[in-house]
Design a protein around this ligand. Structure first.
Ligand code: ADP
Ligand code: ASP
Ligand code: MG
Length: 413
């Protein structure tokens, strides 16, 4: 039995008309003789609406209850879509995460999938041609409902595709593939026909929300063939593939930006062993992800430590630092949320030098000041003032000539 997994995001199920387009996609695939697992997100804007509702009701909603609330968004989509399919004589039923079940750990709001009862789903295919599964949700061993973090329906889809050994996992969205950068920010962005798992992983981690990071991790680990494409056209989109030699010869494949950054600076702490550990150990213990870190001596025996966290973690991080800062001799503590991160990504960077210089030079030409820098084997990230983000993305895109098909030779060392 050939199984195809198709995931449709919020804008693809925004209203009846959109859902009819989704049904047209499903019909096309059924005609090819496959069984289909359709994963749906909440209707566009619904998850945000539920989050603001919770904020009205409670200052500190319990994470368990947040997840009970947020799972309702996807529940609405799958029930309505199943009705539509059955009215059109397609044998289908809806399924919530806990009914399958999709087991997760109990990190409410950012749960990880542990296992999926795929036998149960296979049995349901005896009576159904389409199983309409709610994305973004699962349950823990104590029967609590859990959610997988924003954009989590992508991960539900890839995990189900891996569990069912689906022939393809199609991620349908409002753009027709993965582009060299966000096409809504840079009109010159070019659609990629394929992208290496590692590049996509960096793009997603650096803020490209077209796929949730964990979905790419799953896809890479289980070698799931993922195809990102548009609900509203029949054009082929972008395939996630293993890296090959041709890709390595391309210097830069994309630019990403992340608007979810906040910067913390501890001024003039003692420059001695153990100071950094006493800052970052309690961060780790509190589950706060620290991204960029810069330490630079301010004067004899003293140093400044600057680092970034997710905006949502800033308040908790600040409270932790307030408690320890006097013991570290700090003369000040500053926080800044008007910062964003732009990143240049490409597997070709492994073997070529000069990428950082091109990036920095092009930002200088636009008078954009770089506040922090971090690098990995295949990416360079710069923290910049928020107001320059779109300009920086377009500038870097142009500097690396990403609007043109890449030349296969690249730079040499
Ligand atoms: P869905 O609701 O279908 O899950 P998302 O809004 O989560 O859709 O993701 C699609 C959006 O991702 C696009 O509308 C686009 O603005 C954004 N995006 C960011 N970077 C990229 C990129 N490199 N390629 C394509 N889309 C991108
Ligand atoms: N509805 C959830 C969100 O908005 C999950 C998803 O769409 O993937 O983040
Ligand atoms: Mg999404």
């Amino acid at each position: 039995m050939d199984v195809v997994v198709q995931k449709f995001g919020g804008s693809s199920v925004a209203d009846l008309e959109c859902m009819q387009q989704v049904m047209a996609k499903v019909k096309q695939t059924l005609q090819q003789g496959s069984k289909i697992v359709v994963i749906l997100s909440a209707m566009a804007g619904e998850t945000d609406r539920l989050i603001s509702l919770a904020k009205e009701w409670s200052k500190t909603p319990r994470p368990e209850e947040m997840d009970v609330l947020l799972t309702t968004g996807e529940q609405i989509s799958v029930s309505l879509f199943s009705m539509l399919l059955n009215d059109n004589r397609i044998k289908a039923r809806s399924l919530l995460g806990f009914q399958i079940p999709i087991h997760t750990d109990n990190s409410f709001g950012k749960a990880r999938i542990l296992d999926i009862d795929h036998e149960y789903l296979r049995n349901l295919f005896k009576k159904n041609d389409v199983l309409v599964v709610a994305g973004f949700q699962g349950c823990d061993v104590s029967r609590n409902l859990t959610t997988l973090g924003r954009g989590g329906s992508d991960t539900s889809a890839v995990a189900l595709a891996a569990a069912l050994q689906a022939s393809v996992c199609e991620i349908y969205t409002d753009v027709d593939g993965v582009y060299t950068t966000d096409p809504n920010v840079c009109p010159q962005a070019r659609k990629l026909s394929r992208i290496a798992y590692d590049e996509m992983l960096e793009m997603a981690s650096m803020g490209a929300k077209v796929l949730q990071i964990r979905s790419v991790e799953f896809a890479k680990k289980y070698n799931v063939p993922v195809h990102v494409r548009s609900t509203f056209s029949d054009e082929p989109g972008t395939f996630l593939v293993q890296e090959d030699q041709e890709m390595e010869s391309v210097l830069v494949s994309g630019i990403a930006y992340d608007k979810d950054q906040a910067r913390i600076t501890l001024v003039d702490v003692f420059d001695e062993p153990g100071v950094a550990a006493s800052v970052f150990e309690p961060m780790a213990a509190a589950g706060i992800v620290v991204d960029m870190i810069v330490q630079n001596p301010s004067r004899e025996g003293r140093t400044d430590i600057t680092f970034t966290v997710h905006k949502g973690d800033l308040e908790r991080a600040r409270r932790i630092i307030e408690k320890i800062k006097d013991n570290l001799g700090a003369r000040g503590l500053f926080t800044d949320t008007n910062v964003n991160k732009v990143s240049v990504i490409g597997v070709g960077m492994r073997n070529h030098s000069g990428v950082a210089a091109i990036a920095f030079k092009s930002l200088q030409a636009e008078d954009i000041n770089i506040l922090m820098i971090s690098t990995s084997e295949i990416k360079i990230s710069c923290l910049i003032e928020e107001k320059y983000t779109e300009l920086a993305v377009r500038t870097l895109h142009e500097a690396f000539g990403l609007e043109k098909e890449p030349q296969v030779t690249g730079f040499s060392e």
